[in-house]
Design a protein around this ligand. Structure first.
Ligand code: DGT
Ligand code: CA
Ligand code: CA
Length: 619
């Protein structure tokens, strides 16, 4: 996303959030949320549009355009400034705690001066909350638990979804340099961790200086932290750090292995090198000189002791003098370095996909020729959860979605609009009947099967939006929890089990309701859910939205163990969201998912048989 769009989107989101806290009219709030979404999917860089043409952007009307223009011309939006003076920053911060509504946040702030999650935690530790009107000891304990579960968020890791576009832009910029032979991002982002500490960019170039200089002066860079001959560290948009290493083109493969990590994976393969009388570092795989080898008996060598280990300040690949560097004089002839596959092959290992490089058995599997044939985006032949503009939050008409699905080579997709009852303007039974007519009129457009589907809301008592006779009309039903995410584990489990028992619920969507970096998922008895899914023939969704990636990796592994069928869904609300298929597949890879365990890697007949089977079993 262009910079101006990114900033504008954040500002409109802030306006909506602040309005919500100030309890402004719900429709106004929604209008600003919609504008933020529209900016997020706009193709044009808004700062380059003539001000009069801002309303040509889909979803932007006159009043929003005026605010955008003010921001572009003056760097401020009056409305936002006004709201900011009304709502203290601390209160906004507090509403990020799940279960803490705007009113209560405002009151806690007012009474105790609490203005951050940390100071809220201190107030809880000091038992100050229980004496406030309407709170009590029980609520205090509940908030304590919630904040503990938010713990992962309090370190400053960035969701991969936010880091990836920045990394791609950085890489694209560097790839334009004539000196750059190869450019890629490595590190946790390449391994597709759901959050990243920083972005690691690698460039292969014989002449490093111009590459480093290009990064230092890039538009995407807000601050240069360190500038050396091998490594430049900078702060980019959103305060995210990026490390650039420029390596010799001949050492590309070894550097990619090294800087992709994980550290645990690196240590494991380096042990293997040592056992073979070799040494592996970021420059290549080398023979060990004879006298060096004598000291390097397996067991005596700390395979994990180089490079970069135990040094607090210096990072691997930094500017240590050459004689201290890892490819120093102590190493012998080069065995492999140019491509990753060469390095692995020289260690008698099959090339290992980055998503598997976490030292969870992948090195042993690669040695035994037993790496799983993990699912890829290309294995998907359909999508079982996407939204059209028939419900309020979907942006795209049926026709264009179907064409887009066809151009991806998919065979089918399930149009899973919301039902009435949620604040997204869902459809009632009559609405779905009208949509059914539209689906029939669509015919077999572009040769794609459009499954008549719904995303049902699982109410607090486990009830669904419709009775069985209406549900029976759908080809495919996803059910998911959207409200009251703060119920305790027993209540959430019961609620979801109820839905699984329905003969018409074919998959449970985004099981835990988590939003990466924003809210932890709710607690649920996964064992009970898995057992019920297995017994009834219900699938569990791996939601591919990079904000959700729900199921969590660990839960996917357990679902595989339990024999539960999975789906990898885009949960698309826009055309661009169909790309979530890639996120979903990569996330699934991290849990070693194979295509045979994913329902939408199978033909549509298998999907229909899955539905029919459950109706027979539960009906
Ligand atoms: P992050 O940034 O915290 O999300 O995680 P990574 O894995 O990207 O870690 P980072 O950026 O510190 O380093 C990138 C890669 O470089 C890492 O995955 C493996 C390698 N590496 C970094 N430090 C060490 C180290 O001390 N020992 C070993 N063996 N490898 C290291
Ligand atoms: Ca990193
Ligand atoms: Ca790094």
């Amino acid at each position: 996303m262009a910079w101006a769009n990114e900033d504008l989107k954040a500002h409109f989101e802030e306006i909506a959030e602040l309005m919500e806290i100030s309890e402004e009219d719900r429709y106004r709030v929604r209008a600003y949320q919609r504008a933020a979404e529209a900016i997020g999917v706009a193709h044009a860089d808004l700062s380059t549009l003539p001000r009069g043409e801002l309303t040509s952007v889909k979803g932007i009307g006159d009043s929003m355009a005026a605010k955008i223009a003010q921001y572009l011309d003056e760097g401020r939006i009056d409305l936002l400034e006004e709201l900011r003076t009304k709502v203290p920053a601390g209160v906004r911060e507090l509403t990020r705690v799940p279960g803490l509504g705007p009113k209560t946040a405002m009151m806690i702030h007012h009474e105790l001066g609490v203005d951050s999650v940390e100071s809220l935690q201190r107030a809880i530790d000091g038992q100050q909350l229980r004496h406030l009107p309407g709170l009590g000891a029980k609520m205090e304990e509940k908030l304590r638990g919630t904040i503990e579960r938010m713990g992962a968020k309090s370190d400053d890791r960035t969701p991969a979804a936010d880091a990836l576009p920045i990394a791609e832009e950085l890489c694209a910029g560097l790839a334009e340099l004539s000196q750059a032979h190869r450019v890629a991002y490595a590190g946790s982002l390449r391994r597709m961790s759901e959050t990243v500490g920083d972005i690691d960019v690698l460039v292969a170039a014989a002449d490093a200086a111009p590459v480093h200089a290009a990064l230092r002066t890039s538009d995407l860079v807000r601050q240069v932290l360190a500038a050396g001959q091998r490594k430049t560290s900078v702060i980019t948009a959103r305060g995210l750090q990026a490390d650039l290493r420029v390596v010799d083109p001949d050492a590309w493969g070894a550097a990619m292995v090294y800087f992709t990590g994980s550290k645990a994976h690196n240590i494991r393969i380096r042990e293997r090198a040592v056992r073979r009388g070799l040494t592996l570092n970021e420059y290549g795989l080398f023979e060990r000189p004879a006298e060096g080898r004598a000291e390097a008996e397996p067991g005596s060598e700390r395979a994990d002791a180089e490079p970069g280990e135990g040094r607090a300040a210096a990072e691997p690949g930094d500017d240590r003098p050459a004689e201290e560097a890892d490819a120093g004089a102590a190493t012998g002839a080069m065995v492999a370095s140019r491509d990753e596959a060469d390095v692995y092959a020289a260690l008698d290992l099959a090339w290992i996909a980055p998503t598997l490089r976490e030292d969870t058995g992948e090195v042993e599997a690669a040695a035994d020729g037993a790496l799983p044939r993990i699912v890829t985006e290309a294995d998907l032949c359909g999508d079982l959860h996407a939204h059209s503009d028939w419900s309020g939050d979907g942006k795209e008409p049926l026709e264009s979605l179907t064409t887009a699905v066809a151009s991806r080579g998919w065979q089918y997709w399930a149009v899973s609009d919301h039902a009435i009852g949620l604040p997204m303007n869902g459809l009632d039974a009559a609405g779905f009947a009208r949509r059914r007519e539209a689906l029939a009129a669509l015919g077999d457009a572009a040769g794609v099967v459009v499954l008549d589907s719904v995303e049902l809301n699982i109410a607090e008592d486990g009830k669904l939006d419709f009775d069985d006779d209406i549900l029976a009309e759908f080809d495919w039903c996803v059910a998911a929890v959207h409200t009251l995410l703060d119920r305790d584990e027993a209540a959430q489990t019961e609620r979801v089990l109820q839905a699984i028992m329905s003969p018409h619920v074919n998959a449970i969507g985004h099981l835990t309701g988590r939003k990466i970096g924003k809210r932890p998922g709710f607690d649920i008895d996964l064992e009970a859910v898995l057992q019920a899914c297995e017994e009834t023939g219900t699938a569990l969704e791996i939601n591919g939205s990079p904000r959700r990636l729900d199921l969590r990796e660990e839960d996917i592994r357990r679902a595989l163990d339990a024999g539960v069928m999975l789906t990898i869904d885009t949960d698309a609300h826009t055309l661009g969201d169909l790309d979530n298929a890639r996120w979903g597949a990569l996330h699934a890879q991290r849990a070693w998912v194979t295509p045979d365990r994913v329902l939408n890697c199978q033909p549509v007949e298998t999907v229909r048989a899955f539905v029919a089977d459950k109706r027979e079993r539960q009906g």
